[in-house]
Design a protein. Structure first.
Lengths: 170, 129
């Protein structure tokens, strides 16, 4: 794939991740624990990790967070989303590299969701200077198993189609 | 890359569920919950003991000082009080039973302080969603 096509694909994926983030912020959810959300944009990021690799996925994560901050949220939320996004992308990349003989994308997505939660709670604990926030981590992890399974299953479907499309382009 | 969910995925998910349920159960019975009432006991400006004040906690504890003084506290029914002390004036005993947020018992001769913090009343953590 030449450079221009790659850039076009990356910007499309960034736009998709951004739109999913915005839609997600509009969906009302029952209040279970602070910070619990669907993580729809992880579908795009996990697919990018599989199809394009770590560097491009990190680029999408950072661009998504910056744009989402400018459109919908504030710099504090940006700190949470960019740090947990980067860590979960790294973890999902390592999962794809070393565990893909055993786990499907569903398992990798669940691991990524765990890393996302752990980072988010850690950042919050640093910002609020209280370790008590770790009390929320098990609850958040249990919720994120469901969303992680959903994200993983969707990513399986997307990566299938995306790889076929990319083959046609070449 | 595997295309379908397999036994390793299910094993991973079950393991994570078990670990998290264990942590929820563990934090529910031992750690300080966000809606708990906690008594902190200081001796000579240092935290020596903390009690989560629930109705089923019943205990006795003696705070000793380096100079040989002591205060014996009693915890029962979510209340904490001092029923014996080495100091001459017994002011700490006359301060009675405390159970509410912000209440304190002080013993000046033995440099001992008990204070109660109720985490269900003050929202010290604000979240931005």
């Amino acid at each position: 794939m030449n450079k221009t096509k790659r850039y076009i694909f990356l910007s499309l994926l960034t736009a998709a991740a951004l739109i999913l983030s915005i839609i997600e912020s509009m969906i009302p959810l029952p209040y279970i624990a602070p910070g619990a959300k669907l993580g729809l944009s992880n579908i795009v990021i996990l697919s990018a990790v599989v199809v394009f690799g770590l560097r491009d996925a990190l680029l999408i994560v950072i661009l998504r967070s910056v744009l989402f901050m400018m459109i919908a949220t504030n710099p504090i939320t940006f700190i949470y989303s960019v740090s947990s996004g980067i860590v979960s992308t790294l973890v999902m990349y390592l999962g794809c590299k070393y565990l893909s003989s055993k786990l499907s994308l569903i398992g990798i997505s669940v691991i990524g969701a765990m890393a996302h939660n752990a980072t988010q709670v850690t950042v919050a604990a640093i910002l609020f200077e209280t370790l008590k926030l770790y009390y929320y981590l098990p609850i958040l992890s249990l919720i994120s198993i469901f969303t992680g399974c959903f994200v993983g299953y969707t990513s399986i479907l997307i990566t299938d189609n995306l790889e076929k499309t990319l083959l046609k382009l070449n | 890359m595997k295309k379908k969910i397999n036994k390793y995925d299910i094993g991973l998910i079950i393991a994570i569920v078990i670990i998290n349920v264990f942590f929820i159960w563990y934090s529910g019975r031992s750690a300080v919950k966000l809606n708990d009432k906690v008594a902190y006991i200081y001796s000579d400006n240092q935290l020596v003991k903390e009690y989560v004040l629930t109705d089923d906690v019943k205990d006795e504890y003696t705070v000793k000082t380096e100079t040989g003084g002591y205060n014996t506290l009693h915890i029962e029914d979510g209340q904490i009080w001092i029923h014996d002390a080495s100091c001459p004036d017994k002011v700490c005993i006359y301060q009675g039973k405390i159970s509410r947020d912000g209440e304190i018992i002080v013993c000046l001769p033995n440099r001992m302080l008990i204070k109660i913090v109720d985490y269900s009343e003050d929202d010290e953590v604000d979240f931005i969603n």
